[in-house]
Design a protein around this ligand. Structure first.
Ligand SMILES: Cc1cc2nc3c(=O)[nH]c(=O)nc-3n(C[C@H](O)[C@H](O)[C@H](O)COP(=O)(O)OP(=O)(O)OC[C@H]3O[C@@H](n4cnc5c(N)ncnc54)[C@H](O)[C@@H]3O)c2cc1C
Length: 419
């Protein structure tokens, strides 16, 4: 696809219903589809994976602004009911024997008015159910090419023409690759790696997270109340970028052993389970640093456009708010992307930029580089849970490095999206 930012001619008459193709059916894709349908457009969502049948993925966070969007979509109860219900976290520092227990309910109420933690795939399933009757979903396929005038070719389905194409296909977006070029031009490594594996739940209690915090590394285990398995997760900062192929799972598991293999307690068992785990995720914690998320007929939304870093930047809330904002600006502009796309970028810019700063700081703070830093992280977190909520919030506001960011975003009302 050519790289013109401008539209040579209007894509449709003012206020017309558009044919919109969305790539990705996780979080940003279905939220975009929901609101575009509400505005009267015909939406097709193409997703590379088959439809999901059981809960998978990792836990993600929805903060107040994203929950406001979720409520406006009529799925508030479903999302709250499906929350992970993790109420307690025990943290131990490497080379110590003492567990510190953190009351997660109190911690989150010091940070947010209506936070919900939910498995990404549970959230995706709820959003899919909320849109499946009105939106055409195509699973097991991908866009293979895009032309300037909106013709999309697919790996399996026949080619079709669309007025707009939305890339909601995550950090390694295919649409971004087609419209904006190679990912390496826009991404920067935040110094860490993350791995998550599905392992048997055994004795591990639902609603409980256990973590071991070392210098430049953290390993943990959790399970949600409705899960029959558990998630083992690993965060580490190796000091320099690692050499591996993203398809080479045995090598990735070997890198985990190199980073965590000297730890005792539960860790050797977790590493053995990871070796056997059928569902395993490993990736660098990278941040996208693009200045624009639209080009020609294409707009990027969620992680595809502005991932501040997986697991460190509150990117799920950013994705939900971004998807709603894109559809809202398009509705306000009478379906004219030449007006709506710049307005969407302007509306999201401050939130995106602050999320980048937040994620860069969190990537360092979550996995401290010194033993004193690890001690301070645990002591500070524990302190927050022992203070009255109002005082805790004041402390967060004072010393946070923008910890209140995800609460402070205003979700605009778009009259054109009203039911
Ligand atoms: C290990 C891990 C831990 C995380 N922890 C947190 C957390 O604690 N809190 C938080 O808020 N966020 C967390 N995140 C980030 C969160 O998962 C994302 O921000 C959120 O899922 C973004 O939603 P999205 O829809 O933009 O992208 P994604 O959820 O990544 O979805 C992209 C979708 O597009 C599909 N897709 C990809 N390529 C193509 C293609 N070429 N064609 C068609 N379909 C395609 C994928 O299959 C997927 O369904 C974490 C991420 C990871 C990886």
């Amino acid at each position: 696809m050519a790289t013109d930012a401008a539209f040579p001619e209007p894509v449709a008459a003012r206020g017309a219903a558009l044919d919109v193709l969305v790539s990705g059916a996780s979080v940003a894709g279905p939220v975009t589809a929901y609101w575009l349908h509400r505005a009267g457009h015909h939406v097709t969502v193409v997703e590379q994976s088959p439809p999901r049948r059981r809960p998978g993925g990792h836990a993600v966070d929805l903060f107040t602004p994203a929950m406001d969007v979720i409520e406006r979509m009529g799925v508030l109860e479903a999302v709250q009911d499906r929350g992970t219900g993790i109420e307690r976290m025990t943290v131990r520092r490497e080379h110590t024997r003492r567990d510190v227990t953190i009351d997660m309910t109190r911690l989150m109420s010091a940070l947010s008015d209506r936070h919900v933690e939910i498995l990404r795939d549970d959230l995706g399933a709820i959003l899919y159910d909320a849109t499946r009757a009105d939106v055409e979903y195509v699973f097991g396929d991908r866009i293979s090419g895009l032309t300037d005038d909106g013709v999309a070719t697919f790996e399996h389905a026949p080619a079709r023409r669309f007025d707009l194409v939305i890339g909601a296909d995550g950090l390694h977006s295919g649409v971004r690759g087609l419209a904006f070029g190679a990912e390496t031009e826009y991404s920067r490594w935040l110094g860490g790696y993350i791995a998550v594996a599905s392992i048997p739940r055994d004795r591990h209690l639902a609603g409980h997270m256990t973590t071991l915090l070392g210098v430049n590394r953290m390993v943990g285990l959790y399970s949600a109340r409705h899960m029959t398995d558990a998630r083992a997760f690993f965060l580490f900062r190796p000091g320099a970028e690692l050499a591996y192929d993203h398809r080479d799972v045995p090598r990735q598991k070997q890198l985990l052993r190199e980073a965590f293999g000297d730890l005792d307690g539960e860790v050797p068992r977790l590493l053995d389970e990871v070796d056997r785990a059928p569902a395993f995720y490993f990736d660098a914690i990278t941040q996208l640093a693009m200045d624009h998320w639209t080009r020609g007929r294409v707009a990027l939304v969620g992680d595809a456009g502005y991932c501040p870093g997986p697991a460190v930047g509150g990117s799920t809330s950013l994705a939900v708010v971004g998807a709603y904002t894109l559809a809202g600006e398009l509705a306000e502009a009478g379906s004219d992307p030449a007006i709506a796309y710049p307005a969407y970028e302007a509306a999201m810019r401050d939130y995106v930029q602050r999320s980048r700063g937040f994620a860069t700081t969190m990537a360092r703070r979550l996995v401290p580089g010194t033993r004193a830093g690890a001690w301070m992280l645990i002591a500070g977190t524990s302190l927050l849970t022992h203070l009255p909520t109002a005082l805790g919030r004041r402390l967060v506001a004072l010393g946070s490095g923008d910890l209140g960011l995800h609460e402070s975003i205003e979700v605009r009302d778009y009259p054109a999206l009203a039911p």
